[in-house]
Design a protein around this ligand. Structure first.
Ligand SMILES: Cc1cc2nc3c(=O)[nH]c(=O)nc-3n(C[C@H](O)[C@H](O)[C@H](O)COP(=O)(O)O)c2cc1C
Length: 185
């Protein structure tokens, strides 16, 4: 069994990226589980808070889930042609203390995908994540890319993905990423 943790970088209830993550989880092949985790409840990073109280419980729990998983799938929105601050803030917390980065992220296979109403479907946001993934010592997967543009037209009111072409692209991405994860275990 290949276990992948999936995180959406949006807090919005009707998030396109959360919907994309749910679709990806539903399209995972047999023997592959995408466990959906959330960044909800993670406060703004504050070094004083860390010094006085340590890590918030939500951060410690998510770190342990990632450390135990075989792979990590980030589903990122794009804000102002870059990555969203709320998502980066969560990853920054997850990288504390720095002595624990290797346990949580070191050599971890990471896939990245994203959805936006725009034409380029988070292309620039996904590129902006690369220096972060390198700094954390992860192993990003470059075998395929998934930029879901025009995404506001692809999901129905309940956030379900009906578009068959998109479903095929997501299924292929998840299959390829899961094979990469299994091969690096
Ligand atoms: C502050 C802000 C900046 C944005 N900048 C971009 C952008 O640069 N490129 C883009 O494709 N969409 C941009 N958008 C639109 C988002 O892609 C859109 O709101 C999307 O639905 C957000 O992801 P979510 O649905 O998962 O919350 C921006 C939205 C916000 C709120």
């Amino acid at each position: 069994m290949t276990q992948i943790i999936g995180i959406s970088g949006s807090l919005r209830t009707r998030s396109l990226n959360a919907a994309l993550l749910r679709a990806a989880a539903g399209l995972a092949p047999a023997g592959v589980t995408i466990e959906i985790q959330s960044i909800k409840g993670i406060p703004l990073y504050d070094g004083d808070l860390e010094a006085s109280s340590g890590l918030p419980a939500a951060v410690t729990a998510l770190k342990d889930r990632i450390a135990a998983a075989d792979g990590l799938l980030l589903v990122t929105p794009e804000y102002n042609n870059s990555l969203p601050g709320v998502f980066k803030n969560a990853i920054d917390w997850l990288s504390r203390p720095d002595t624990d980065i290797r346990r949580v992220f070191g050599g971890k296979p990471v896939g990245i995908m994203g959805a936006s109403p725009g034409r380029f479907g988070t292309l620039l946001s996904q590129s902006a994540w690369l220096p972060v993934l390198r700094t954390l010592g992860t192993r990003p997967w470059f075998g395929q890319s998934l930029y879901l543009g025009g995404a506001h037209k692809l999901f129905d009111a309940s956030g379900n993905l009906a578009d068959e072409e998109s479903r095929k692209r997501i299924r292929n991405y998840v299959q390829g990423f899961a094979e990469f994860v299994a091969a690096t275990r």
